[in-house]
Design a protein around this ligand. Structure first.
Ligand SMILES: Cc1cc2nc3c(=O)[nH]c(=O)nc-3n(C[C@H](O)[C@H](O)[C@H](O)COP(=O)(O)O)c2cc1C
Length: 393
């Protein structure tokens, strides 16, 4: 398997599966590490305050088993920082190493997953895993493709957050649509004011009530649904991203599309642009009296022009598919016996992944932005003796 690291200078590497260790009880692994994950973060500057509770706070946003809308799995996701910080919780500049334990791996849950090993779970990664890695694949609970892997990214994203907080760059994600029920008039300000005010983390408090009702109904029926997560990054300076292969929207898309269950990504007004005229789609630039900088009267571009950030908010919309595992019988196949079957995969799952995926979106956007900042600032530092008229990064 390749591709377990994201980033060019600020790099996050993860390892660990859904339940690794839980079915290898002969190994001398403490129970806490059955389903344990590890994150190594390279490119951390020295002198940044980084406590385990800061990382834990981010992990707790993603952790299942907290609300009536979540899967009842109670994974503890307790993080230990074992390298890269000194006693006073200040980073040294060395790689930050983190282990995330998973105290609750119940035999009953594990055995259910093991018994499904031969079957293709519709909408899940098991079939493609089997085709690629054969019988040696760890696909218990989706193995490496499991949503659980994303806890390790959230830990990496927390390190990026600790750095970005020092630079005044804020990334926030929230839910604006569940199964067709839409939030209205959501701005950065309302998203900040109402962040996590309800179990769905939808800033439109009225719409969130309808969404909750819908989710509970869908859960009752054993089914699942999809939705939309929006991300806003504020305080990103102009100049991040490159004009060709490494356009900022390309690296951000890579970061976001690497999260399971995400099927679509839009920047700014996204697909709405296809219905507009140029005169409607263009954002009008003007000189801001106070700062004497170029600003834009609207932000339909979503903060990126020609692959480079323009200093406005970066606005991203993400389409999340329904949770593949449902408690309804489905037609599928037994891969080992090569036969058609009808089976109900009776495992515990979220009726909608949106409520757990938004912290992962925040994490991946933070990682991609910090990495883009390293590249842009490094390039600027090397070029600093040339007399070019440019803004401060
Ligand atoms: C945070 C998170 C939690 C997830 N939880 C579940 C789950 O409980 N059950 C499930 O079937 N899929 C879950 N998924 C989705 C699957 O991992 C994903 O749909 C699957 O690997 C197939 O990949 P694809 O949908 O990107 O093609 C979760 C994904 C994420 C990011």
């Amino acid at each position: 398997m390749v591709g377990n690291t994201f980033g060019r200078i600020f790099k996050v590497t993860t390892c660990g599966e859904s339940y690794a260790g839980g079915f290898r009880k002969n190994l001398d692994v403490p129970q806490e590490l059955f389903g344990g994950l590890m994150t190594i973060v390279d490119g951390v500057p020295p002198g940044i305050k980084l406590t385990a509770s800061f990382v834990q706070n981010e992990l707790d946003k993603r952790r299942p088993g907290r609300t009536k809308l979540d899967t009842p799995r109670n994974e503890r996701d307790k993080v230990y920082i074992f390298s890269g910080v000194m006693e006073d919780d200040i980073t040294t500049g060395a790689p930050v190493g983190m282990i995330i334990s998973n105290a609750v791996v119940e035999d009953e849950h594990l055995n259910k997953h093991k018994s499904y090993k031969e079957f293709v779970r519709p909408g899940q990664a098991g079939y493609t895993f089997f085709k690629k890695y054969g019988q040696f694949a760890d696909n218990i609970g989706a193995g490496r493709a499991s949503g659980r892997e994303t806890a390790a990214r959230v830990a990496g994203g927390a390190v990026a957050k600790a750095v970005l907080d020092n630079m005044g760059i804020d990334v926030i994600a929230f839910i604006t649509e569940i199964h067709g029920i839409k939030a209205e008039n959501v701005t950065y300000e309302t998203a900040k004011a109402n962040y996590q005010k309800n179990e769905i983390n939808c800033p439109d408090l009225k719409a969130s009530e309808l969404m909750t009702k819908e989710l509970l109904k869908i859960k009752e029926e054993g089914d699942s649904c999809g939705g939309v997560v929006e991300i806003i990054a504020r305080g990103v300076p102009a100049g991040l991203g490159e004009p060709v292969f490494d356009k900022l929207q390309a690296t951000l898309s890579h970061a976001i599309m690497s999260i399971g269950a995400i099927k679509a990504v839009e920047f700014g007004d996204g697909f709405e642009h296809t219905k507009m005229r140029g005169s409607q789609s263009n954002d009008t630039p003007y000189i801001d009296e106070e700062t004497r900088r170029v600003r834009f009267k609207t932000n339909r571009a979503g903060g990126i022009l020609g692959g480079i950030s323009n200093g406005e908010d970066i606005r991203i919309r993400v389409g999340v598919k329904p949770t593949p595992t449902i408690n309804i019988s489905q037609d599928t196949v037994n891969m080992y016996k090569e036969e058609n079957v009808n089976i109900e995969f009776n495992t515990r799952n979220d009726p909608c992944i949106c409520t757990r995926i938004y912290p992962v979106c925040e994490a991946m956007v933070r990682i991609a932005l910090l990495d883009a900042l390293y590249v842009a600032k490094g390039y600027r530092a090397i070029s600093q003796n040339i007399d070019v008229r440019w803004d401060k990064l």
